[in-house]
Design a protein around this ligand. Structure first.
Ligand code: PGA
Length: 251
């Protein structure tokens, strides 16, 4: 049995005041979470603040990105994996579609970042997903396979027992349009099947989150699908009641 995992991706949102209010709401309800792993991923500069204000052991903290270079050095503006570890970040989101599309991150860079995270015992949340155009032109599976292969080629299948995958159809992110449970399940099964072709034990164990307009009212049905093991939550993770409701739906 896989333990579901829900992570909040706060993206570039928040202030000390709004984060304190959000965390206060999370702290107050954290005892209701049940059997689910939970993390929140604030903007890098607020990781420490979130860590210090979250009072529940049930809520871990992660980052939204990190440098590809494995050690610190002359890389203005970057945050290294060592720095994430210094602040007890357990997770790092890598390859989010916004990083791929807006900041031009390539499959090769993302694969290196996954390797650096794994080498340093920070769990990568590896995002994959297709655009609407790719889905409609029938290349969805090959797009996702390419994104996975880039990482598999660098770290190998066995390392995927320490990787979380987030399937996030680009067309569902922040749009209010969510993939139907059947659409999401189809891709999750494809991903797990692809990994199973390499190592069935690893495939059986790997957590595959769904992300893209998950809300309290659609979470239960999505998380009820056989291969959906929780979610990566953007907008709804900025509201404590909504985020807790989504976590409870997974647990
Ligand atoms: P959303 O974002 O829940 O706001 O659609 C999900 C994500 O980008 O991780």
């Amino acid at each position: 049995m896989r333990k579901p995992f829900v992570a909040g991706n706060w993206k570039m949102h928040g202030s000390k005041a709004s984060i304190l209010s959000l965390v206060t709401g999370l702290n107050a309800q954290a005892n209701q979470l049940g059997d689910v792993d939970v993390a929140v991923c604030p903007p890098a500069i607020y990781v420490d603040y979130a860590k210090r204000t979250i009072s529940s052991e049930a809520i871990a903290v992660g980052a939204q990105n990190m440098a590809v270079e494995p050690v610190q050095g002359a890389f203005t503006g970057e945050v290294s994996v060592e720095m994430l570890k210094d602040f007890d970040c357990e997770y790092v989101i890598l390859g989010h579609s916004e990083r791929r599309a807006i900041f031009g991150e390539t499959d090769a860079e993302i694969a290196q970042k996954v390797k650096v995270a794994l080498t340093n015992n920070v769990t990568p949340i590896l995002c994959v997903g297709e655009t609407l155009e790719e889905r409609e032109s029938g290349v969805m599976e090959s797009v996702i396979a390419t994104q996975l292969d880039a990482v598999l080629d660098v770290v190998g299948i066995d390392a995927f027992s320490s990787v979380v995958i987030a399937y996030e159809p680009v067309w569902a992110i922040g749009t209010g349009v969510t993939a139907s449970p059947a659409q999401a399940q189809e891709v999750h099964a494809f991903i797990r099947g692809k990994l199973a072709g390499l190592n069935s034990a690893v495939a059986e164990k790997v957590i595959i989150q769904y992300g893209g307009s998950v809300k309290p009212d659609n979470a239960k049905e999505l998380f009820g699908q056989a291969d959906i093991d929780g979610g990566l939550i953007g907008g709804a993770s900025l509201n404590a009641d909504d985020f807790i409701a989504i976590c409870k739906a997974a647990g």
